[in-house]
Ligand binder design. Structure first.
Ligand code: FMN
Length: 266
């Protein structure tokens, strides 16, 4: 049996109560209780992705993680991509289950941060630009997740992690985690060097046994190279207009994309 590595302590691990400054993104779809519980058991910080899910499912998924671990974990919601009435129900489901940490993404909503704090939750806010990082800190967030344009899934900014992360880390006083292209020990070290206190990873967890992604999706991820992603707004359904998303190119993208596929932000 391999001994687990020594814990790596930063302000982020102190805030989240985990051993390693690695946060698993609550990816809507793939990030369910199995993945969250496995990540949490391994000493990183797990999260379930519940964007636009019904409160019954949220309650079930939270209970399923709590059955497997006593450690803290998070729930991810995306306020600007959710009908307000459903968002209210989602938040109530999380708060009544006494979830420790809420992870929000996209436009900063001070009212939602306040509600989460009143319910006793810590708040991580994933943002894609400097102004939103400052706004999230002002709104009372406990930590920032700084998303570079390399990120998989919906992408909120236009700047690379290499450029954005040091700007955000210098501009706020709360801990910052880098997101977008981080998925290895070396990249964790790089993020720390850029001023972050941890990383937030999505793609790195997508093709794991515990991920709820379809096997075909997992295989496409495993087979893909770093030049195989496309950045477009063809999957903006349910999101604010023109919300860009980074995916592996597929037949839906080819059919819907009326302009040449772009592999970068330009
Ligand atoms: C399949 C997939 C689904 C995602 N779904 C969400 C989501 O529901 N909520 C969210 O805040 N971020 C979501 N993201 C974005 C991640 O939070 C994160 O920014 C991104 O994965 C970081 O880049 P990486 O994929 O290079 O690790 C998703 C990412 C992926 C790959």
């Amino acid at each position: 049996m391999i001994n687990p590595p020594e814990p790596l302590r930063t302000r982020l691990t102190d805030l989240l109560g985990c051993d390693y400054p690695i946060i698993q993104s609550g990816m809507g779809g793939p990030g369910r209780s199995e993945l969250c519980a496995a990540v949490t058991a391994a000493g990183a910080f797990g999260c379930i992705g519940m964007v636009r899910e019904r409160p019954e499912l949220i309650r079930r998924e939270i209970a399923a993680v709590k059955d497997r671990t006593n450690r803290a974990f998070g729930v991810n919601l995306v306020p600007s991509a959710t009908d307000p009435a459903l968002l209210d129900e989602e938040l109530d489901a999380c708060f009544s289950a006494q979830i420790e940490v809420m992870v929000f993404f996209c436009d900063v909503r001070p009212d939602i941060v306040e509600r989460a704090h009143k319910a006793g939750c810590k708040v991580l806010y994933q943002v894609g630009n400097l102004a939103d990082a400052i706004a999230a800190e002002r709104a009372g967030a406990d930590a920032i997740i700084c998303q570079g344009v390399e990120a998989g899934g919906h992408v909120h900014g236009k700047v690379t992690s290499m450029v954005l992360l040091p700007q955000v880390a210098a501009a706020v006083t709360i801990p910052v985690a880098g997101a977008g292209g981080f998925g290895s020990g070396a990249s964790l070290v790089a993020a720390l060097a850029l001023g972050a206190e941890g990383i937030h990873c999505g793609t790195a967890f997508l093709a794991t046994k515990e991920s709820y992604a379809h096997d075909y999706h997992k295989q496409r991820v495993v087979d893909a190279g770093s030049e195989d992603t496309v950045y477009s707004d063809v999957f903006a359904i349910g999101w604010p207009p023109q919300s860009p998303v980074r995916t592996i190119e597929n037949s839906i993208h080819q059919a819907l994309c009326r302009r040449p596929a772009r592999t970068w932000a330009g």
